[in-house]
Design a protein around this ligand. Structure first.
Ligand SMILES: Nc1ncnc2c1ncn2[C@@H]1O[C@H](COP(=O)(O)OP(=O)(O)OP(=O)(O)O)[C@@H](O)[C@H]1O
Length: 476
């Protein structure tokens, strides 16, 4: 995702302005010398950087905040060669960038970088669409090379609709054959999936966060959650001239504004994934079909691209360790077939547009940091700060981590919580004391290593439901 950075990058072509900006960045990171010495000596250092000004208040805000919550001293802007950073987090690909490449070459295996050489093989649209992925990618023809083949195929299948894409272009649109630019280099045409699964007559996509931590052996992790984004306009009556009907763009409609999902996301405090699951189950559909395909498609993408990535990776012979976060965007059709749209490098983690997404983004970061061993123990003051934000806004353990999907909870049966048998696990029926107990057990779950629990009746019931959702919760 490129979002508004284009305009900022353009400004950087003016050398005077660029120097001024560097000076400002250096100034803004200046802390009193005593404190700085103390911080650098005592705290691990995260070097966070990207194009544009005031990253800390704009699109990289949550990255700064989460590093600080985890006890890091954060530096930004250009750095001298000898700066002792522990983690480098750059928005842009750093390996050929003069601002970072020298520091990367001098780095050692106890330093970490948030990009992997060769990751372009799955984050570039063209590379992905033409990578012979056998499942979950709409049929595509590379242009200009497959022009004839495509024209013949399109004539044989006159009902198919097509979109043209390339690595830079955004704002896709359904094109008539006569409107396609067959000679456009580095582009492709892709069959338009014309039977999307609709919720309240809206098309939507599912963003899945993945982290690759090793290429050999291949190790890829998937966050057990999905960002749901809805088109801003109803799909039917369909009109291919109105892209808001079929393209999920920056001005998407969020889940909390969707009538049929509100009772789950707001009422029952379910997360995105469980809200969708609860809705689909209530429609007699099987959400697991979707999640199984998503897992398979992501695995296939990495298997397919592993060798090519390794060629680049091994030629770099760099010292530090790497990981890379991406967001894979999927759409679903009305038979629950899943299609991969793209994999975004440096996915948007800015809640500037939708404040409510802050917790999701913070949780994405905390999960990665925990996975790669960056997360140290959160200290008391930082934990108290997170708690003071309230149950839904505590990204360390949010109330959405406690909720479970019970079909009756969002219905009349449980509206007054009188039916204890059916409703005692509905989020809105829990006492504050019980909520506290669940927060505690969830925190313990995260740190339990090989310990397993034994508990009283209601907790046991809650745990069994959690275990149905995810096997790592299952009791001995
Ligand atoms: N082949 C297709 N069939 C159906 N819908 C599609 C297809 N390609 C794209 N779309 C719709 O358009 C949206 C944007 O497409 P895509 O992700 O390829 O482009 P983008 O402009 O780079 O998007 P992003 O904002 O996610 O970076 C998708 O989420 C999907 O809703």
């Amino acid at each position: 995702t490129v979002f508004e950075l284009k305009s900022i990058q353009n400004q950087l072509t003016d050398p005077l302005q660029y120097c001024l900006q560097l000076a400002l960045q250096i100034q803004s990171t200046k802390v009193p010398q005593e404190l700085q010495q103390q911080s650098v000596q005592q705290l691990p250092i995260a070097w966070i950087d990207g194009p544009g000004e005031n990253l800390e208040a704009t699109y990289m805000k949550h990255i700064f905040e989460v590093f600080r919550l985890l006890g890091y001293h954060v530096i930004t802007g250009p750095q001298p060669l000898n700066v002792q950073w522990d983690v480098m987090w750059t928005h842009e690909f750093p390996f050929s960038n003069d601002l970072y490449r020298h520091q990367i070459h001098g780095a050692s295996p106890d330093q970490l970088i948030n990009h992997v050489p060769g990751s372009g093989f799955y984050t570039s649209k063209v590379a992905l669409a033409t990578a012979n992925i056998s499942i979950g990618v709409p049929q595509a023809f590379q242009l200009p090379y497959e022009k004839e083949k495509f024209i013949e195929f399109a004539k044989e299948n006159p009902d198919y609709l097509w979109v043209q894409k390339d690595n830079n272009h955004r704002n896709i649109e359904i094109k008539l054959l006569t409107e396609i630019d067959f000679e456009k280099p580095e582009s492709f045409v892709q069959r338009f999936v014309d039977n999307p699964l609709l919720i309240d007559n809206r098309k939507f996509d599912i963003g899945i966060y993945t982290v690759i931590t090793s290429l050999r052996p291949l190790k890829v992790y998937i966050l057990d959650e999905g960002l749901l984004r809805f088109c801003p306009e109803d799909y039917h009556p369909f009109d291919q001239k109105k892209v808001d009907k079929y393209v999920v763009g920056d001005d998407y409609t969020p889940i909390w504004e969707m009538f049929s999902l509100k009772s789950y996301y707001i009422g029952e405090r379910l997360n995105f994934k469980n809200s969708l699951n609860a809705y689909l189950k209530a429609q007699g559909k099987s959400p697991e079909m979707i999640w199984n395909q998503i897992r398979k498609i992501i695995a296939e993408v990495f298997y397919q691209q592993q060798e090519k990535m390794l060629t680049v990776f091994e030629s770099t012979t760099l010292g530090p360790r790497f990981f890379e976060l991406s967001r894979f965007d999927f759409i679903v059709d009305d038979e629950l077939n899943v299609y991969l749209m793209e994999a975004n490098m440096s996915p948007n983690l800015s809640s500037g547009h939708f404040k409510e997404n802050q917790i999701l983004y913070e949780q994405v970061l905390m999960n990665i940091f925990s996975l790669i061993g960056v997360e140290k123990h959160i200290k008391k003051n930082e934990m108290n700060y997170l708690k003071s934000r309230g149950g839904l806004w505590n990204s360390f353990i949010s109330d959405r981590d406690l909720s479970i999907s019970i079909p009756e909870c969002a219905t009349e049966i449980c509206s007054d919580c009188q039916n204890q048998e059916k409703c005692d696990l509905c989020t809105h029926c829990w006492s504050n004391d019980f909520l506290e107990i669940l927060r505690e057990i969830t925190r313990e779950h995260q740190f339990r290593r090989n310990m397993k629990t034994k508990e009283d009746e209601l907790l046991q019931k809650w745990l069994m439901k959690k275990c149905e959702e995810r096997i790592d919760w299952c009791p001995l």
